[in-house]
Design a protein around this ligand. Sequence first.
Ligand SMILES: [Zn+2]
Length: 288
Amino acid sequence: MAVSGWFGRKRKDGSPAEGVPDGIAVKCSSCSQILFVRDFERNQKVCTKCGHHHRLNAHERLEITVDEDSFEEIDAVLQSADPLLFPEYREKLHKAKNTSTSSEAVITGTATVEGFPVVIGIADFTFMGGSMGSVVGEKIARAIEVGIEKRFPVIMFTASGGARMQEGLLSLMQMAKTSAAVGRLGTNGIPFIVVLTDPTTGGTYASYSCLGDVILAEPGAIIGFAGRRVGNQEVGVKLPDNFQTSEFQLEHGMIDRIVPRKDLPLALKTLLEFFALSAVKESVIAGN
Ligand SMILES: [Zn+2]
């Protein structure tokens, strides 16, 4: 399993990885502890003092999730258009392509995870806040179709502020499109595993993210349709401090389990083993 490599090295343009200042130390955004960059990256950007899980970009996530050299990206060439001629959208897209490690807010492809073939999608919050526009929805729907065709389980790592407002209704349509695609997965008996990471909100939360056969989440992630601030304003009462976090969602039966980042490979392996065995069992019962 490829855990090392990306961590500790800089981006191709020479800038440091996201969230890490160009130096030897970084401050935890939760407890303010000063951490050596080397230790911080070795610990997969989890604070060694308080355990806060800092955000990963899609390529960092990919590197700690899939088996080495197993990832084959699909639909890498799909690029967002500007269908509504929304002011400054093209400039924002151009900037995002230059500052993010991804060419859109999700990367998708086939890979093996702990030896099991899967289709995997990883949202990239560094690209316009992981917002779901037409291309993001299309890439997720197409990835799911590949899962159905190859009969591979589909794993989605989410990280998104919601629908992409610059595409208006077209981005809201992606909620229905991705949800319908997940429905086809279910009809075809293909497992769908979702891992919610910080943050997963808005239209992304209210569509495919909530439809996993198994829904895992990283500790302390903001998860919900609207955040606590919006909730406070709308409801008019002070909401609990942990409102719309992984812990709150687990407490209220919305997710299945909170899994620390270092334990995710084992959790995924366990699930993939279970689904593989179930498929064999069903095949035997069906007499195939
Ligand atoms: Zn900390």
